[in-house]
Design a protein around this ligand. Structure first.
Ligand code: NAP
Length: 337
């Protein structure tokens, strides 16, 4: 990985929940992204029709739903891939799912020892890959596909954050700005490569762990060489991930694969938060509960193309609802891959 000299130096942006650091200036994230109400527009909804009339094994309150025979599968013995399972939210989610004792957990990480520790704690299978390399991402997908003929849930959780003292602009193995590469390009590619497995396993779910920290992409500077801060880079990557999730949900509307994104919780006690220098705001349990809900909550069967703030539906930055913006982002993305 190449480390380039910092280009420009501007104070990090701030938003009240995401960056409550005193003394910072205004950020590029609109209020709507922080405190907005749930979106009411129509979303492509898929996978709600029952395929069989087999008896529902869910609690009786859920048994009346016509889609029960299909969601039952996700509950009973799901194959679930979690990226970034070696630490923080990913690890805690893996442990939470492992407590069910019936899922096949595919744990991704890049550090052998930490990944092994989580595997021992959860009984999951391990997959090592550096997501700062698109070849590594493709290899990860190929490894998963070689060992499994189904995938019920893909949780794109791995991410690189920002540092209290700021970091210089860094690049991935492919020469892309690092946060864009790991937080956005990697999940885009991983998801694409795993679509055949997810299709075969439908109804299946894609869960994108994004953030309330969102900033628009600069289409005149896709490499983020101007006015770089690691916070801005992180926020750009997270809005891009939400936008991609909205587009993909539309593309997959008839497939039985749902795609949802979320801000899990704010400044949970994880390595990423510690490095940011911010005070802890929410618990790890809150983040796990919000993410787990998207993984297997029965009430979200067939729900797709949404952005959640914790356990409630939220509103992402305005650009995410602008088809023109998303089209431009998709074009730039295609040119980077
Ligand atoms: N912490 C928060 O309060 C918060 C708030 C909003 C959103 N989020 C999001 O939640 C997700 C998890 O964050 P966290 O707080 O749990 O962070 P974390 O504790 O730092 O864990 C991040 C995970 O991503 C992996 N990772 C990072 N760069 C990677 C790379 N190049 N290749 C492969 N794996 C890589 C890490 O692997 P290593 O163990 O090898 O480093 C680790 O497993 C992130 O997407 C983050 O943006 C977190």
């Amino acid at each position: 990985m190449t480390v380039l000299p910092m280009v420009g130096s501007v104070p990090p942006p701030v938003n009240r929940r995401f960056l409550a650091r005193p003394g910072n200036g205004p950020d590029g994230v609109g209020e709507h992204a922080l405190h907005g109400r749930g979106r009411t527009g129509s979303h492509p909804v898929s996978g709600v029709q029952a395929r069989s009339s087999s008896r529902c094994l869910l609690p009786s309150s859920a048994g009346r739903h016509p889609w029960c025979p299909r969601i039952r599968k996700v509950y009973d013995m799901a194959t679930i891939l979690i990226t970034g399972a070696s630490d923080g939210l990913g690890r805690a989610l893996a442990e939470d799912l492992a407590a069910d004792g019936r899922h096949t957990l595919l744990l991704h990480g890049r550090d052998h020892d930490r990944l092994r520790e989580v595997a021992v704690a959860t009984g999951g299978e391990t997959y090592r890959a550096d997501l700062a390399s698109l070849a590594g991402v493709r290899r990860l997908a190929a490894d998963v596909a070689a060992r499994h003929d189904r995938l019920d849930v893909l949780v794109n959780n791995a991410g690189v954050g920002f540092h209290a003292e700021g970091t210089r602009r860094q690049t991935s193995a492919d020469g892309h700005e690092l946060r864009l590469a790991v937080n956005y390009l990697a999940p885009v590619v991983l998801t694409r490569e795993l679509l055949p497995l997810l299709r075969r396993s439908a109804p299946s779910r894609i869960v994108n762990v994004a953030s309330v920290g969102q900033q628009p992409f600069d289409f005149d500077d896709p490499g983020h060489t101007r006015e770089y801060t690691d916070v801005a880079a992180y926020c750009r990557s997270k809005l891009a991930l939400v936008c991609h999730g909205f587009d993909l949900a539309g593309e997959l509307s008839d497939s039985g694969i749902t795609v949802n994104s979320l801000h899990p919780a704010s400044f949970m006690p994880t390595t990423m938060s510690r490095r940011s220098g911010m005070d802890v705001v929410d618990t790890l349990e809150q983040g796990v509960a919000a993410t787990r809900r998207l993984v297997d909550a029965p009430e979200l069967a067939g729900v797709t193309g949404r952005y959640f703030d914790g356990e409630k539906e939220g509103r992402a930055a305005a650009e995410a609802y602008d088809p023109e913006y998303r089209r431009s982002l998709a074009e730039v993305t295609a040119s980077l891959l």
